[in-house]
Ligand binder design. Structure first.
Ligand code: A3P
Length: 296
């Protein structure tokens, strides 16, 4: 029957205090024992915070000049493997990392800070964290879960809204994730904490900051080329960065490069939801030094 051919969506369960599906925990032992190299660069995010954007920026900074063929033939999700992802019939993220021919290796994770394999800390790897305001993050995640068949069924918006606030989505609580990484950054000079909203506001400025963190000094031409090449419309058209080649997405229901804006939450949140959200947010986000902008 047709129903049997549809891929079944996974169940969410509690894994060490964080909501997960088995696609991100089945390889736990191996991932925890991962041996990082000192020059590995880890890109850590809560899902839908701008992972692909920053991955592409880093890829261009490191390999834009030296491997032009990479830019036209290797999709971004292969250039920057997803460490903990393990899906039947696909090469596990960990193995993809180990097979990377290039150096440094750029590695993606959605783990909360306490799940990061200890080798990354022992080797003093550079780690880039990207945070996005919770409202837009929630909206983006809702749309993504609708089309990504490896995700649990998002249900309707009202239901999703509640579950996001409760942390009952893959990778758990957004609040714990951004707070946990923020706290870590205070004591770890190897963590560079970025904001999606800052990148939208001034991509060039944020690329400069990234470069000084990483010790890179691209020429002025190169910097301009990268800043131009990573704009939303360019990435949306680029088959190597728009996920159109990915087997696990359903592009009949939407696109990976969806809107790329700050403030789209206003098209989804009702007035009542916004009030409920703000009330709850205040209780969970007590650190006044961590401010995320929901508007530009
Ligand atoms: P929207 O769904 O709000 O459009 P991730 O890569 O972590 O999965 O994040 C995906 C989100 O980042 C999507 O948000 C996507 O459109 C946005 N994004 C990706 N590239 C972007 C770019 N160059 N400029 C702005 N937003 C971008």
């Amino acid at each position: 029957t047709v129903a049997m051919e549809l891929p079944s969506r996974p169940e969410l369960f509690d894994f060490r205090g964080v909501s997960m599906t088995h696609f991100f925990t089945d390889n736990w032992e191996n991932v925890q024992n991962f041996k990082a190299r000192p020059d590995d660069v880890l890109i850590a995010t809560y899902p839908k915070a701008g992972t692909t954007w920053v991955s592409y920026i880093l890829d261009l900074l490191y390999f834009g000049q030296t491997s032009p063929e990479r830019q036209t033939s290797v999709p971004i999700y292969e250039r920057v493997p997803f460490l903990e992802l393990i899906v039947p019939k696909f090469v596990p993220g960990l193995d993809q990392v180990e097979r990377l021919p290039t150096s440094p290796r750029l590695i993606k994770t959605h783990f909360p800070v306490q799940f990061v394999p200890k080798s990354f800390w022992e080797q003093n790897c550079k780690i880039i964290y990207v945070a996005r305001n919770a409202k837009d993050n929630m909206v983006s995640y809702f749309h993504f879960d609708s089309m990504a068949m490896i995700e649990p069924d998002p249900g309707d918006w009202n239901n999703y809204f509640q579950r996001f606030m409760q942390g009952k989505v893959v990778t758990g609580s957004w609040y714990d994730h951004v707070n946990g990484w923020w706290k870590k950054k205070q004591t770890s000079p190897n963590v560079h904490y970025m904001f999606y909203e800052d990148l939208v506001e001034d991509t060039g400025r944020e690329i400069d900051k990234l470069c000084s963190f990483l010790g890179l000094s691209p020429s002025e031409d190169e910097r301009k080329r990268i800043t131009g090449g990573v704009q939303f419309d360019k990435m949306k058209k680029n088959n190597m960065t728009n996920y159109s080649t990915h087997a696990r997405m359903d592009f009949k229901t939407g696109s990976f490069m969806r809107k790329g804006r700050v403030g789209d939450w206003k098209n989804h949140f009702t007035v009542a939801q916004n009030e409920e959200f703000d009330e709850d947010y205040k209780k969970k986000m007590k650190d006044p030094t961590l401010q995320l902008r929901t508007d530009l």
